[in-house]
Design a protein around this ligand. Structure first.
Ligand code: ZN
Length: 305
């Protein structure tokens, strides 16, 4: 028997476990990391399972699913759901199986309003952990439910189904959306660039960022790979402060002011020597930086540097 409070604590512990993994490996987690055993009190399980809907033992009939694995595996560019944090999740099995073990566990998550971990397939055997997600409605006749990612700090005290749904929607703050955006964006950009700084080829993932070409929040500042560049911390800041610019021909330019400075090796090797270099771009052509956006940004560099 697992009590209500143990169930809640276990879910929170699982989310904290995910926090640690994300900190170590980034927003997209390789499958092997998710196959490491998560231990809570006297039981444990692998977060990544074969089945889409997973409820570990000793949870039992009537208890809610804990992990949902996405059935779709697709490139982020095509996924508007990642931006809203609102997902459609298919029942397991065909139309005759709507009441099977898995789907009952899925529906229990709605009835009991238990937060679940949603592992969204990002391709290449990587998953983005989205948590906490709530099942917010059941479209039984069509065989799917909807999931909503909510802000972590939200604690729900449901009184009725309708109120719960409204409460979750209301609490789905800009913050939660931003988190998904940024995590997804970083994961995809770093993957496209094989964890390499596009300017200096540094390959230390922890020192790499996904920089926007057109800044986030502007009209063309979309969180898409083509509007991104994998840059190390130094070159990211340098790009944002117009110390370096990037031409639409993928040539790196260092501002004249900086070229005239005289200082130690960091300035010489880190900045002055990248002047005139060709940007390192993804092998996949559709993932390469958008030349129009680069040009627009380069014009700002010329005006401000
Ligand atoms: Zn760099």
């Amino acid at each position: 028997m697992v009590t209500e409070s143990q169930d809640n604590t276990m879910r929170e512990a699982l989310f904290q476990h995910m926090d640690r993994l994300v900190l170590e490996f980034g927003a997209s987690l390789p499958a092997f990391v998710l196959k490491r055993r998560f231990v809570f009190e006297d039981f444990g399980f692998m977060p990544l399972q074969q089945n889409g809907i997973f409820r570990p033992q000793p949870l039992q009939e009537g208890d809610a699913a804990v992990v949902l694995l996405s059935s779709v595996d697709g490139p982020y560019e095509d996924r508007s759901d990642v931006e809203t944090g609102y997902f459609q999740y298919r029942y397991q099995g065909g139309s005759k199986d709507r009441d099977n073990w898995y789907n009952r566990a899925l529906r229990s998550a709605l009835e009991k309003q238990k937060p679940v971990l949603y592992l969204l397939g990002m391709g290449a055997n990587e998953y983005m952990p989205l948590y906490p997600c709530y099942v917010i409605n059941d479209n039984r006749s069509n065989g799917f439910v909807n999931l909503q990612l909510v802000n972590r700090s939200v604690v729900l005290t449901p009184t009725s189904d309708v109120e719960v749904t409204t409460a979750i929607r209301a609490y789905t703050t800009v913050l939660a959306k931003r988190r998904v955006h940024q995590e997804a964006f970083r994961g995809l950009v770093l993957k496209a660039y094989s964890d390499t700084c596009a300017v200096c080829s540094l390959k230390i993932r922890k020192l790499l960022d996904a920089a926007h070409i057109i800044p986030d929040g502007e009209e063309r500042g979309d969180p898409i790979v083509q509007n991104g560049l994998a840059l190390c911390k130094l070159h990211h800041e340098a790009y944002d402060f117009n110390i370096i610019g990037i031409k639409s021909s993928y040539e790196v330019v260092v501002s004249e002011k900086t070229m005239e400075l005289v200082d130690g090796p960091m300035l010489t090797h880190g900045l002055k020597e990248v002047h005139g270099k060709q940007l390192i771009v993804p092998r996949r052509i559709p993932s390469r930086p958008d030349r129009e956006r680069l040009e627009e940004r380069f014009q700002r560099f010329l005006r401000q540097s």
